[in-house]
Write a protein that binds this ligand. Structure first.
Ligand SMILES: Cc1cc2nc3c(=O)[nH]c(=O)nc-3n(C[C@H](O)[C@H](O)[C@H](O)COP(=O)(O)OP(=O)(O)OC[C@H]3O[C@@H](n4cnc5c(N)ncnc54)[C@H](O)[C@@H]3O)c2cc1C
Length: 445
C-alpha cells in the first residue's frame, strides 16, 4: 500500500519548463521542502492512515494565481500526461489531498480573488479563504450559509472535500443547496472550462477533484444576523447532550451548538475558559434567542459562563467545533486516539451505549435540526478494533462515516461515470476512485 508511484522525470521536466513560461518562475517549484509540504494533508488525524504514510510524493508544485491560470495549468499537465492533485490549504483529514500518483500538485491558494457578490450569493476563485468570503459578505450585510471549522481553508477545498459546519443546523450539508454554481476544468488537452449551476453542480462536490478541478465557486448567502458566542458549563455531559434538540429548535435557529465531556473540554484552548471538571456547551446564537437559551441551560442545571459579542468570539467557537475538539484531544494525550463520525438519535437517547462501543469512548456532539451528529473518539488499539465498532454502532441505529480511508464515498458510481468523460486518462487526483482501504466504509451519513 505504501509503494509510491512516480512519473518519468523527463515528463516532469518538460511540464515544469512549460509552466515556468506560463505562470512565472516564482509559481513553479521542485524544491524538496515544498514537495514535502504538498504531499501531506490532515491525514495524521487517523492513526490507521498514519501507519500507512507516506502514501505519495509530489514531483512538482504549481501555484497559479488566477482561475484562468488554474485551467491552463491543468491543460498543460494533461498534454504531458502528468497526474494532477488539486490542493487548497491541505486540511482535509482522510488523505484525499495526497498525490498518490506523484506528478503535479496544483496549489490553488494564490488564486483567491473574490469575484463578485450580491443578495443571496458570493462568487470567488477556488483558492479564496472561506473566512475572507464571510467577511466580504458581512460588509454587504450578508453571511455565508455555512463554513467549516477550518475557516481559514479554501472554498474550492471545502466544496470538493468537506461536508458542512457552522450554519448547517439551519442549512444542511454543502451539497444541499449551498453551492449555486461551479466553474470546472476537465482533464482534456485544451483548457475546457464549464460552468454548471444548481443540481448540475452537485456531481462535482465532495469527490476530491476526481471529475474536474474547480476554478471558481458561487455559494449561497443570507441576511447577516447579530450572532453571540455563548459558553456554558454543566456538572455532567448528559445534561449537555440532553439540550441538543431543544437548542436546535430555538427561533432563530442557532448557527452552531457544540458539546464536550469535561475530559475533552480540558484539552481545548485555555482562552475558551471552560471551568475545570465541567462539561462544556458552546453555541453561536442570534441575540434574540440568548434569553431563551439561557433559560433552557439553567433549567437543565447548567451555568452560562459568558456571552460575547463580535466575530472574533463566534469564529473562535467555530474553530473549536466539529473535528477540532478531537484534534485537541489527540494533541493533549500521550496515547493515540482515533475517531468515527456518527449521526443519529441514539447519540442523545442512548449516549452510554454509544460511548461503550469502544473502551474509553467519548462523544463530541453537534446539534442538527433533524438528528445530532458527532465524533466518537477512543484510545486506538488496532484497525480491527476500529472497524468492528461500525457494526455495533449500526445495531444502535447510529449511521457512521469512516474517516480512515480516502476513496470517494459520496455517490462513487456517479463520480466514476462522470470522470470517464471528463478525465478519460485518469489523471485527476489518482488513487481516490475505487480503491477502498480499511474495507468497512461505514453506512454513509
Ligand atoms: C481539525 C479539522 C477540522 C475540520 N472541520 C471540518 C468541518 O467543520 N467541516 C468540514 O466540512 N470539513 C472539516 N474538515 C475537513 C477540511 O478541513 C475542510 O473540508 C476544508 O474546508 C478543506 O479545505 P482545504 O482548502 O484545506 O482543502 P484541501 O484539504 O486542500 O482539499 C480537500 C480535497 O479537495 C480537493 N481539492 C482542493 N481544491 C480543489 C479544487 N479547486 N478543485 C477540485 N478539488 C479540489 C483536494 O485534492 C482534496 O481531495 C476538518 C479537518 C480537520 C483536520
Amino acid at each position: 500500500m505504501t509503494s509510491l508511484t512516480a512519473v518519468d522525470p523527463a515528463r516532469i521536466d518538460a511540464l515544469a519548463t512549460e509552466l515556468r513560461t506560463l505562470l512565472g518562475e516564482a509559481c513553479v517549484t521542485t524544491e524538496a521542502a515544498s514537495l514535502e509540504r504538498a504531499s501531506v494533508d490532515g491525514a495524521g488525524m487517523s492513526p490507521l492512515i498514519k501507519e500507512l504514510l507516506p502514501l505519495g510524493r509530489a514531483q512538482l508544485v504549481a501555484t497559479p494565481t488566477s482561475k484562468d491560470l488554474i485551467a491552463a495549468t491543468v491543460a498543460a499537465a494533461v498534454r504531458h500526461g502528468v497526474p494532477v492533485t488539486p490542493r487548497g490549504k491541505g486540511t482535509g483529514n482522510y488523505g484525499q489531498g495526497i498525490p498518490m500518483g506523484g506528478g503535479l500538485v496544483l496549489d490553488t491558494s494564490r488564486a483567491r480573488r473574490i469575484l463578485d457578490a450580491g443578495n443571496g450569493w458570493i462568487e470567488a476563485e477556488a483558492g479564496a479563504v472561506i473566512w475572507a468570503m464571510e467577511q466580504h459578505a458581512n460588509r454587504n450585510q450578508q453571511q455565508l450559509w455555512m463554513y467549516p471549522s477550518t475557516a481559514q481553508s479554501t472554498i474550492g477545498g471545502f466544496v470538493a472535500g468537506g461536508s458542512g459546519g457552522t450554519g448547517s443546523i439551519a442549512n444542511g450539508l454543502l451539497h444541499q443547496g449551498f453551492v449555486l454554481a461551479v466553474e470546472v476544468v476537465h482533464a482534456l488537452p485544451e483548457p475546457t472550462v464549464v460552468r454548471v449551476e444548481g443540481a448540475d453542480a452537485v456531481p462535482y462536490l465532495h469527490n476530491y477533484g476526481t471529475a474536474g478541478i474547480i476554478t471558481a465557486v458561487r455559494v449561497g448567502t443570507e441576511p447577516a444576523q447579530p450572532w453571540r458566542a455563548l459558553l456554558a458549563s454543566f456538572p455532567t455531559y448528559e445534561q449537555v447532550v440532553g439540550l441538543m434538540r431543544p437548542l436546535a429548535s430555538l427561533t432563530p435557529t442557532p448557527r452552531l451548538v457544540s458539546g464536550d465531556r469535561a475530559e475533552i473540554a480540558a484539552c481545548l484552548p485555555a482562552d475558551l475558559a471552560i471551568p475545570a471538571g465541567r462539561a462544556s456547551l458552546r453555541a453561536i446564537l442570534d441575540e434574540a434567542s440568548v434569553a431563551d437559551a439561557t433559560a433552557l441551560i439553567e433549567a437543565a442545571g447548567g451555568t452560562v459562563d459568558r456571552v460575547l459579542e463580535g466575530a472574533q468570539h463566534t469564529v473562535k467557537l467555530s474553530m473549536n467545533s466539529y473535528n477540532h475538539p478531537i484534534e485537541w484531544l489527540q494533541k493533549s494525550s500521550a496515547e493515540p486516539y482515533f475517531h468515527v463520525e456518527v449521526l443519529g438519535d441514539a447519540l442523545v437517547d442512548d449516549l452510554a451505549a454509544v460511548e461503550a462501543v469502544y473502551p474509553g469512548g467519548m462523544l463530541h456532539i453537534e446539534a442538527q435540526r433533524d438528528r445530532p451528529i458527532g465524533m466518537l473518539a477512543a484510545p486506538y488499539v488496532s484497525p480491527a478494533q476500529v472497524l468492528e465498532g461500525f457494526d455495533r454502532l449500526a445495531a444502535l441505529g447510529v449511521r457512521t462515516h469512516n474517516p480512515h480511508q480516502w476513496a470517494v464515498d459520496f455517490e462513487p458510481e456517479r463520480t466514476t461515470a462522470l470522470a470517464a468523460t471528463t478525465d478519460p486518462l485518469g489523471l485527476l487526483n489518482p488513487g481516490k476512485l475505487g480503491a477502498v482501504v480499511h474495507e468497512h466504509t461505514g453506512t454513509q451519513m
